[in-house]
Write a protein that binds this ligand. Structure first.
Ligand code: HEM
Ligand code: MG
Length: 260
């Protein structure tokens, strides 16, 4: 009974829509589907906001997927696609695939938070062992930009020390800062530069939008300006110098400054 089946499936996903299958049901990729090194593109693909087979990521598909899935502004999503199309080596390519993102040192880079370096193995499948070492730095329920920065710096330190082929250029740094800011942008507070730990961990570990934890896509559309501001918070937080903090690490430590 097809109708009953559809009803049961949607009930199981927590959204009863009798007779109307949810087009954004979470379905992880099968053996013939491509997935890549980006936890968010994989997530949006698993929800059918992007082509479920991981192929044919045209500009129109990416703009629609990031818009419908996360409320990214059209201009922003277009800029991101423009930066990613180099993944397809064909001249004047009109699409990329998730598999094309796996090529090391094109867009994929060392010291990822949730993947191992290409020199050590699979550079695109989620790696729980690696991720646990990143997660360990996210010590508060509401993770701060500083804690995110710690995980970024830690992963770079380990890679630089252990990977003879460790590569991290100035442009890698720019992408990496954007990636570290990304969970704040999708799930957190872009003004405070914070993100609920539970939402971020669930997203990385399941490649699924954390809807069952109460998250829903932001009402305000996310623009290039949002990204630049949030990335700036993360960039400041990655500085190992003291004195440039945007906020005191611990207000108690500063009380003596004022109480004289
Ligand atoms: C990582 C591509 C959009 C979140 C990556 C990586 C690629 C990539 C190639 C791998 C870099 C590495 O080696 O770690 C893209 C493209 C996008 C896109 C082409 C859109 C056109 C997004 C969005 C978000 C996001 C919208 C979330 C708001 C992340 C995160 C990582 C990442 C958190 C870091 C993963 C880690 O360090 O393990 N992305 N991405 N991405 N991306 Fe995306
Ligand atoms: Mg990587």
């Amino acid at each position: 009974n097809v109708l009953l089946l559809a009803a049961t499936t949607s009930l199981a996903s927590g959204r009863p829509q009798y007779g109307t299958p949810n087009p954004h049901e979470w379905i992880p990729g099968g053996p013939h589907d491509f997935r890549g090194p980006c936890p968010m593109l994989n997530t949006l693909t698993n929800h059918g906001f992007l082509p479920r087979d991981g192929r044919n990521f045209t500009k129109a598909n990416v703009i629609k997927g990031l818009g419908d899935g996360l409320n990214f502004d059209t201009t922003l999503a277009g800029i991101m696609w423009d930066q990613a199309i180099i993944a397809n080596p064909e001249p004047n390519a009109t699409f990329f695939t998730l598999e094309q993102l796996n090529v090391h040192n094109v867009l994929e880079h060392d010291a990822s938070l949730s993947r191992t370096d290409a020199a050590f193995g699979n550079n695109h499948v989620f790696n729980q062992t690696v991720f646990n070492t990143s997660k360990a730095w996210w010590t508060d329920e509401v993770v701060t930009a500083k804690q995110l920065a710690h995980s970024k710096i830690f992963r770079q330190l380990v890679s630089r020390a252990e990977n003879e082929n460790y590569t991290f250029s100035a442009s890698t740094e720019e992408f990496s800062l954007g990636e570290v800011a990304a969970p704040i942008i999708a799930f957190g507070d872009t003004t405070a530069g914070t993100v609920p730990r539970e939402l971020m961990v669930y997203f990385f570990e399941n490649e699924r939008l954390p809807e069952e934890l109460g998250w829903s896509k932001k009402n305000a559309s996310i623009t290039l300006q949002t990204i630049l501001e949030t990335t700036a918070i993360v960039r400041n937080a990655t500085s190992l110098l003291t004195g440039g903090e945007t906020a005191p690490a611990d207000p108690h430590k500063r009380r003596d400054l004022h109480s004289g």
